[in-house]
Design a protein around this ligand. Structure first.
Ligand code: PEP
Length: 251
């Protein structure tokens, strides 16, 4: 990994966590982070109901807080939605956009995701833009072509490494316990970085995370790959010990 790219370990709590649970998990992570400087950044993305609470609890620590989704507009008649500005106002510094569960369950297209990434930039948030192939696409040998199309469709023009992170998450690996081979992950990340160069000047400085069934057992292998700059972790981010073990696999 290039020295300029500081690894990022991001946790996606999805629709999990009441106030007491979120506070307890945050306190455990902060205690671990407070033991000393680490060669990675740590981000947790709780449900929207907890962003403000967790941001307040984490104030003064290096733990970063993010949202799991945002609307493309700053405000308006969009019942149930949240803007990037609202997340920023609640204490977030990042937002996940285009997670496969949003793409699949909410019909989000690359264009939708691109609009959300632009909203994140407008609000001063880092957009963690998720892409990934389905099993059907993989079996048809289309993985790299799908990733290329998703990068070009979802990452706004003139993005900067400071406000964009890409998360490669094979849809079939999310929550399944299955992962691609290290060679396949490496090939995907290399191709994503090459494609990113068409969207931004500093693709070399942009962090590309791997996500999909990252566990303490496979973290060292996956995070040790050349173009892998961290992980987006779902299930294992709900246990402080597991999330920490994944982060510290980085070194
Ligand atoms: C995710 O939902 O982004 C994810 C990677 O989930 P898991 O780690 O549980 O596969």
């Amino acid at each position: 990994m290039a020295a300029a790219r500081r690894p990022l370990i991001a946790g996606n709590w999805k629709m999990n966590g009441l106030v007491s649970e979120g506070r307890a998990l945050t306190a455990e992570l902060m205690a671990l982070l407070n033991r000393g400087a680490r060669p990675f950044e740590m981000l947790v993305c709780p449900p929207a109901t907890l962003v403000s609470t967790i941001s307040t609890a984490a104030r003064g620590s290096v733990l970063l807080i993010g949202g799991q989704d945002c609307h493309a507009d700053a405000k308006g008649a969009f019942t149930g939605d949240l803007s990037a500005e609202m997340l920023k106002d609640a204490g977030a510094s990042a937002v996940i956009v285009g997670h496969s569960e949003r793409r699949t369950l909410h019909g989000e297209t690359d264009q939708t995701v691109r609009g959300k990434a632009m909203a994140a930039k407008r609000a001063g948030l880092t957009a963690v833009i998720c892409i990934g192939e389905t099993l059907e696409q993989r079996d048809a040998g289309k993985t790299l072509a799908v990733l290329e199309a998703q990068v070009l469709g979802s990452v706004p023009e003139a993005s900067r490494a400071a406000n964009v992170v890409v998360a490669y998450e094979p849809v079939w690996a999310i929550g399944t316990g299955r992962t691609p081979s290290p060679d396949d992950v490496a090939a995907a990340h290399t191709h994503i970085r090459k494609t990113l160069a068409q969207r931004m000047d500093n693709a070399d400085a942009t962090r590309i995370l791997y996500g999909g069934s990252v566990k303490p057992e496979n973290a060292a292998t996956l995070l040790g790959l050349e173009d892998v700059d961290g992980a987006l972790v779902g299930g294992a981010s709900l246990k402080a010990a597991d999330f920490w073990a994944i982060a510290t696999a980085i070194g």
